[in-house]
Design a protein around this ligand. Structure first.
Ligand code: CP
Length: 318
């Protein structure tokens, strides 16, 4: 991959949420991700771009896709990757988050990728360390690299984002993915419709984001270009009962082939994962020809390579 002749615009020291980025910066990341995607298709998927740089992956909440995807991205960029496991760390002996990151910083990493259950945790750390911080998910607040990989996938498959009708369905209120996706997609000119039980739609969402709130699944899916399904985020609901039963939820807000047939003929189906098959999506749809769910995961590596590259200060790409 040849180095770009024009300097892309990206004025961020950290990647904490999608509100901090403008449309041009988002496009810079997506363009770069397309170039890194090419590297991921080579027989040898490794470039020396981040050689000598250390990245710590500080995951204090469970993750499969994001954690592994960051590690793959770091290794493909030749960074030294350190994985922090909360369950075997001194946080189990009562060490605070701040003491933990201050001790990690004493070992001079250039980038800290962090996931935490508390909204604002990445912002809190970013104000207190010299390393660049990437938010890999903080409670129900933000998951910017998921939004970026969702945008990259949509742009690649549909050829554009502006003007598309995008339905996001499920537990919007507790979903950091929904929050980050709505902000990113609106900035890039998509029309976003959300649907879910009233108890899972945050008040004021339409006024705050410009998304259209639908109370029936069919209203959101009808004529959509993209249908994105979300998991019920039980771990953030504090034990509250927000719908009568899983069976009722699935019947009212689950995506099956009949509901999907209301969307455009070339509509795609997305899901950030992990999926609860048979609850928000049938296996037939999840594994069907419209599904780009695993393609999202593939693009995630390229998007994270792009983010790491930009935060590391745009070293030369070879
Ligand atoms: N989409 C996503 O964040 O998945 P993980 O929780 O497995 O990282």
């Amino acid at each position: 991959m040849a180095a770009s002749t024009s300097e892309p615009r990206f004025n961020q020291r950290h990647l904490l949420d999608m509100s901090s980025l403008d449309a041009e910066e988002i496009t810079t990341i997506l363009d770069l991700a397309d170039r890194f995607f090419e590297i991921s298709e080579r027989p040898i998927k490794k470039v020396p771009t981040l050689r000598g740089q250390t990245v710590v992956n500080l995951f204090m909440e469970p993750s499969t896709r994001t954690r592994i995807s960051f590690e793959v991205a770091e290794k493909r960029l030749s960074a030294d990757t350190i994985n922090f496991s909360a369950s075997t760390s001194s946080t189990k002996k009562g060490e605070t988050l701040l003491d933990t990151v201050k001790n990690l910083e004493a070992m001079s990493p250039q980038i800290l990728v962090m996931r935490h259950s508390e909204p604002g945790a990445a912002h809190f750390v970013a104000k207190r360390v010299n390393a660049a911080v990437v938010n890999a998910g903080d409670g129900a607040h933000a998951h910017p690299t998921q939004a970026l990989l969702d945008c990259a996938t949509i742009r690649k498959v549909k050829g554009k984002i502006k003007g598309l009708e995008i339905a996001i369905v499920g537990d919007i209120d507790h979903s950091r993915v929904a929050r980050s996706d709505i902000i990113a997609l609106r900035k890039l000119g998509a029309n976003v419709r959300v649907a879910g039980p009233k108890t899972m739609i945050p008040p004021g969402l339409a006024e705050l984001t410009g998304a259209t709130v639908c109370h029936k699944l069919g209203e959101a899916v009808e004529g959509a270009d993209v249908v994105m399904m979300l998991r019920i985020q039980a771990e953030r609901q504090g034990g509250a009962c927000l719908f009568p039963s899983t069976r009722e939820y699935s019947r009212t807000f689950g995506l099956d082939s009949d509901v999907l047939s209301m969307s455009k003929d070339d509509a795609i189906v997305m899901h950030p994962g992990p999926m609860n098959r048979g609850v928000e999506i049938t296996p037939e749809v999840a594994d069907g020809p419209r599904s780009v769910i695993l393609y999202q995961v593939t693009y995630g590596v390229a998007v994270r390579m792009a983010v790491l590259y930009l935060l590391a200060g745009k070293p030369p790409v070879e």
